[in-house]
Design a protein around this ligand. Structure first.
Ligand code: BG6
Length: 512
């Protein structure tokens, strides 16, 4: 455990702020995300007094719901998926600002109706024309919704209207480029907030603070001292009821291009000049642009996929991916991806970054592990023991914290060493975990006009560029029996093991 000293460092990202009164419009309001995450996030912000009393929410979806029915649905969401309502009075106050406006994504009349309704609400709720349009719809509707919002003149005022786009942003480089073009036709980049909820996680933001608010790590953060880096995002859940989406997406699109690439960028980027959103985003883009798969001529040596087969979860049998409801029995959609990336720059030349993510793994764990080089010359040969290389692990979730492994002398007359860990835990040090999925933080930042935690157009495209060779290779027809497998409840497929073993390294074993 690390003793915690109060640090007076004021990080701009953390300052208490209250946005201007505004209307947040959720497209796709009858869907899961609005009910489970988005409205509960706003309710939480409201309870924490981080929102102005005028804040207004409008749900838009095809179903003919009434305002009251929408309010009931959202109340259910708050009760079921977040901390519940603090008091009836409190909820009533919040619910007064909830409205519903039925509409079709592709019908211009719906947008005219919405525009008029928002105008009325401005009068009634004193929201001063400020709008956040949040697209929580299936990705194939993004282009149409953006065009229509632009066509209806709802994105014209760059100071008053913002556009939030959920992931996935495109399904490959060309669709992301075309979506970016559509966005550019109707609004400016400073109005656009591309969501990656990993950036909302405290521990992901902490990568920045840890690296750039401490002087002792940065001098070691390079090829001279680091042997390789492992980034893991493992989940215990399977595809759940999302086969419709997941079958077309798979782990590479669902997790790697966005969440893992964001974690990768914050680990590998150069120090930005300031905390300014564009200073940070520019450094992220620079590092992704220098990144590529380690062996483009032999993709199988640097990119491995896999699919879970039937296995066990918490002592109960679970079905394999191809037997999940809605999944093609010959599906070639990967539920596991392992990649080896390299970065062509002075800092990282020759240092591989291994990324892995999978569903139905034995443990939910996301972490970045920095493996340092071995000592250049060991004086302990005579003791018959090699020194263990140091490892610094930044645990993103759960059990958020940071651990540094190093060797110490074991007590006794012999000169025997053992690896020990120095461990900082958010829970132990701050009395609470680093907190949830962070939609509250992201929505608040968006309302405040802070784009730091949102991805810029060039960043999304650069991330697609890195994975494009694998996407293309894996999309070519392959015999379904050749898909590498791993049993549900076990770690990566054998092929991923082989990929890293070939380099004389091993994946970290993460205890269950
Ligand atoms: C989402 C993916 O973006 O992230 C899901 O679509 C995945 O498939 C989820 O389960 C993981 O997020 P978290 O915050 O639970 O690690």
């Amino acid at each position: 455990m690390v003793a915690l000293t109060e640090n007076p460092l004021r990080i701009g990202l953390q300052q208490q702020r209250v946005p201007e009164p505004s209307i947040v419009v959720f497209f796709g309001a009858s869907g899961d995300l609005t009910k489970r995450k988005l409205v509960p996030a706003l309710y939480k912000l409201k309870q924490e007094r981080k929102l102005p009393p005028e804040l207004t929410i409008v749900g838009v979806a095809r179903r003919e719901w009434s305002h009251d029915y929408f309010r009931e649905q959202m109340r259910e969401g708050v009760m079921e998926f977040s901390g519940g309502v603090t008091s009836e009075e409190d909820w009533e106050e919040f619910a007064k600002g909830l409205f519903y406006c039925p509409g079709d994504i592709d019908n211009p009349l719906s947008y005219q109706k919405l525009k008029a309704f928002l105008g009325e609400l401005d009068e009634q709720r004193k929201t001063r024309g400020n709008r956040v349009f949040y697209l929580s719809v299936a990705p194939n509707f993004f282009p149409e919704a953006i065009r229509q919002l632009g066509g209806a003149g709802m994105l014209e005022d760059p100071r008053r209207s913002k556009l939030v786009i959920e992931k996935p942003f495109g399904r490959d480089l060309s669709s992301a480029q075309s979506l970016n073009r559509i966005v550019k036709q109707v609004c400016r980049e400073e109005q656009v907030y591309r969501i990656d909820h990993y950036l909302g996680k405290e521990t992901v933001q902490n990568l920045l603070v840890f690296r750039f608010a401490n002087s002792i790590f940065e001098p070691l953060w390079n090829r001279q001292y680091i042997d390789h880096v492992q980034i893991t995002v493992a989940e215990t859940v399977g595809v759940e009821d999302r086969a419709g989406y997941y079958e077309k997406s798979g782990a590479l699109r669902d997790m790697v291009q966005n969440h893992l690439m964001q974690v990768f960028c914050l680990t590998a980027m150069e120090p930005p000049n300031s905390l300014d959103a564009d200073a940070i985003r520019t450094e992220k883009v620079k590092v992704i642009q220098a990144t590529h798969l380690a062996d483009l001529a032999h993709l199988d040596r640097c990119a491995v996929r896999g699919q879970y087969t039937a296995g066990w979860r918490k002592g109960k049998p679970v079905v394999g991916y191809r037997d999940e409801p809605g999944v093609d029995p010959n599906s070639m959609t990967p539920t596991f991806v392992g990649l080896k990336l390299t970065i062509d720059n002075w800092r990282w030349q020759g240092v591989p970054f291994y990324l892995r993510t999978g569903k139905r793994m034995p443990k939910k764990v996301s972490e970045v592990a920095i493996h340092f080089r071995e000592v250049p010359h060991t004086i302990f040969q005579a003791t018959g023991k090699q020194a263990n290389p140091n490892v610094l692990v930044m645990r993103i979730q759960p059990d958020e914290g940071i651990a540094l492994r190093f060797d110490v002398k074991m007590p006794g007359a012999d000169l025997r060493s053992r690896s020990v860990e120095m461990d900082f835990g958010y829970g132990a040090s701050f009395g609470k975990s680093s907190g949830g999925d962070a939609y509250d933080r992201l929505i608040l930042d968006c309302m405040m006009g802070d784009q730091t935690l949102f991805t810029r157009s060039d960043e999304v495209e650069a991330a697609w560029r890195v994975v494009t060779p694998v996407l293309e290779a894996w999309e070519s027809p392959t015999d379904p029996s050749l898909m590498p497998e791993y049993e549900a409840g076990t770690w990566e497929p054998q092929a991923a093991e082989e990929m890293i073993n070939r380099d004389g390294r091993r994946w970290r074993r993460l205890h269950t």
